[in-house]
Write a protein that binds this ligand. Sequence first.
Ligand SMILES: [Zn+2]
Length: 133
Amino acid sequence: MGNDFICPYCKGFLNIEGNIILSIKAHDGKVGLISLSPELGNYRKKTNPTFIPEKGDQTEFFCPVCHSNLAALEFNKNLVKVLMRDDNQAVYEILFSGVEGEHCTYKIKDHDIESYGESSNQYMNYFGEFPKY
Ligand SMILES: [Zn+2]
């Protein structure tokens, strides 16, 4: 069946047939939709071709259902948070960077954190309450 991705606020389903669909606001104020891979550590994304972010540009991410800002302010304003529920009904917090060119994803449950992507060291020290493995 695969993992479901869920808004932390309205619990709306964010994934459709192998894509996560989110609403975005680019650094220049342009708004639209983005499609992301549900595979953690896969940074494939699709947007309308008029979105051309440059390295270091910060994009804001919103739930397309309830329009909540998905910034994970409890960790770092650059990180975006959604929930993931696996086939065993386990729910994880998934965090990824909203900064163009930063490839990092964190999967968090209880005191366990898994990181993905070549930029993953960038934010590890914002998860201070977690033991370092
Ligand atoms: Zn929502």
